[in-house]
Ligand binder design. Structure first.
Ligand code: ATP
Length: 254
């Protein structure tokens, strides 16, 4: 079996006059965690929406497990094993945790989904201690955890997470990234959008950096950490040269 799981080639996406993606190509191999980083408005969410069939590209191609899915309806893409968890922790607030999880089992029968939901709750400390609550009563971090577990209920091959740590305290954000890193051990391939580039790179095998509609950098986390230009732009690490250039001139001797 090929290692290449998802391939997007030369994707162009326009929202009316706004060019959101201008020829974006990425590859995700089976078993990898790939991070997609970039500033606000760079096109990260648009890329995930395009891969999951919610937004149609003007041109370009997407294949998943060797099958072209560029024009496949979104629900079929989910059934094929590619699941998208959009930004914003969309739980069903009045449903219990169990009901929320069962809602994620879009295939299979209710009884086995309910049994699996109970097992997930019992084996996940962050959810087990809130087992009697409705999803709307959970904290942001607990809700995010629930949403990721719900997306896993259909046994996807690959999950795409849009900013799962957004708005969480640093401790909770670390917990969510830890959960994401465990997904690889559970056999799930991950494409992770994160503005917290440093945190994402700690758990990612490879990284793509997007800047207003185009891929500016790609490489392993280690390669990009050593790339001064990438670090300047995406990690907020100012290189020694840039610092020297920005420093005020020393007073001239008279
Ligand atoms: N529905 C839409 N209609 C028009 N323009 C849109 C729409 N959605 C996104 N855009 C524009 O497309 C560009 C890419 O937006 P996108 O949301 O994909 O970026 P992003 O990198 O995910 O940003 P953020 O980190 O803020 O979520 C931006 O210029 C944005 O304003």
């Amino acid at each position: 079996m090929s290692d290449l799981l998802l391939e997007a080639k030369d994707l162009v996406v326009n929202y009316g006059p706004v060019a959101a993606l201008e020829g974006v190509s990425i590859e995700v191999n089976r078993g990898e965690i790939v991070a997609l980083v970039g500033a606000n408005g760079a096109g990260k969410s648009t890329l995930l929406k395009t891969l999951s069939g919610l937004v149609r590209p003007a041109t370009g191609h997407i294949t998943f497990e060797g099958t072209e899915i560029t024009r496949t309806p979104a629900h079929r893409i989910v059934s094929a094993g590619l699941v998208h968890v959009p930004e914003g922790r969309h739980v069903f607030p009045r449903f219990t945790l169990r009901e929320n999880l069962v809602a994620g089992a879009y295939t299979g029968d209710f009884r086995s989904a309910a049994k699996r939901a109970d097992e997930i709750i019992a084996s996940t400390p962050i959810l087990a201690r809130r087992a009697g609550s409705t999803a709307g009563q959970l904290s942001g971090g607990e809700q995010q955890w629930l949403v990721v577990e719900r997306a896993l209920m259909g046994n996807p091959t690959m999950i795409m997470l849009d900013e799962p740590s957004m708005g969480l305290s640093p401790v909770l954000a670390d917990q969510i990234l830890e959960l994401v890193s465990q997904l690889r051990d559970r056999g799930v391939t991950v494409l992770l959008v994160e503005q917290n580039a440093l945190g994402a790179m700690e758990i990612a095998d490879r990284v793509y950096a997007l800047g207003t509609g185009s891929i500016l950098y790609s490489g392993t986390s280690a390669e990009l950490r050593d790339n001064e230009h990438f670090a300047d732009q995406f990690l907020g690490v100012v290189s020694a040269d840039a610092e020297a250039a920005a420093a005020p001139n020393p007073p001239q001797e008279k």
